[in-house]
Design a protein around this ligand. Structure first.
Ligand SMILES: Nc1nc2c(ncn2[C@@H]2O[C@H](COP(=O)(O)OP(=O)(O)O)[C@@H](O)[C@H]2O)c(=O)[nH]1
Ligand SMILES: [Mg+2]
Length: 215
């Protein structure tokens, strides 16, 4: 069985993907007095924009992935013109974990991009503190549905442009204007393949979510 599928199967049978033996233990895993603050973050955006890449780049546990090989059956629904090298697609969700500052644990949930899986979104966002909406400047309109969704449900979000090699590099303010993003919402340019860059994006979201929902 393909490993992505077996991971998904383990998840479905209740074996937690956190029971990984290949990770180094974090202080909060051994010292009960250092209970971490655990938060849930959603990573959204159009098809092929880099959601799975971002979760995989930052996760300190082997990310749960539910990638499936794409077949010709999806040729009409999933547009591969901008990502011709893409051979798999996320059919349910991505899941990963990252500890920041030793006591802030982020659980990352990547949404499936395809519209036919949208029935899952209401479940995915439940309990989340915020969302990162990934955008690709070659296909900006692909992130409109995610923007609309978070606007309408009131979940704090930031926009992160995943800059692909060979695509034109825009200033955050140009992207803000093109997407009509309100001034108080951070817009960043990042690279989902670079851990530091992806972590900066997550920190920006955490900061923004704290501002939006003061306790
Ligand atoms: N050049 C470049 N390629 C990327 C970047 N992020 C993702 N990719 C590639 O783009 C493709 C789609 O990414 P993926 O994470 O599967 O997209 P998803 O559908 O949003 O989960 C993959 O082949 C990635 O290797 C990036 O920042 N730069
Ligand atoms: Mg994916």
């Amino acid at each position: 069985m393909d490993s992505a599928v077996s991971d998904a199967a383990a998840y479905a049978t209740g074996v937690s993907p956190l029971d990984e033996t290949d990770e180094t233990l974090r202080p909060w895993q051994t010292d009960r007095t250092r209970a971490p603050i655990a938060t849930k973050i959603v990573v959204a955006g159009g098809f092929g924009v880099g959601k799975t890449t971002l979760v995989t780049t930052v996760s300190e546990i082997t990310p749960l992935q539910t990638e499936a090989l794409m077949t010709e059956a999806s040729a009409e629904t999933d547009d591969l013109t901008a990502t011709p090298g893409k051979v798999t697609t996320t059919v349910a969700m991505d899941f990963g974990r990252i500890t920041l500052d030793d006591d802030l644990v982020l659980y990352l949930f990547g949404t499936p991009g395809q519209q036919r899986f949208w029935f899952m979104w209401d479940d995915l966002v439940r309990g989340a503190i915020g969302a990162v909406v990934l955008a690709d400047t070659r296909r900006l309109k692909d992130c409109f549905p995610a923007l609309d969704y978070f606007e309408s449900c009131g979940l704090p979000y930031i926009v992160a442009v995943n800059h692909f090699d060979g695509s034109e590099l825009f200033e955050p303010e140009d992207v803000r204007e093109a997407l009509t993003i309100p001034a108080h919402i951070p817009v960043m340019i990042m690279d989902a393949r670079r851990r530091i860059s992806a972590i900066e994006t997550l920190l920006a979201l955490v900061g923004h979510a704290l501002e939006e929902t003061p306790e």
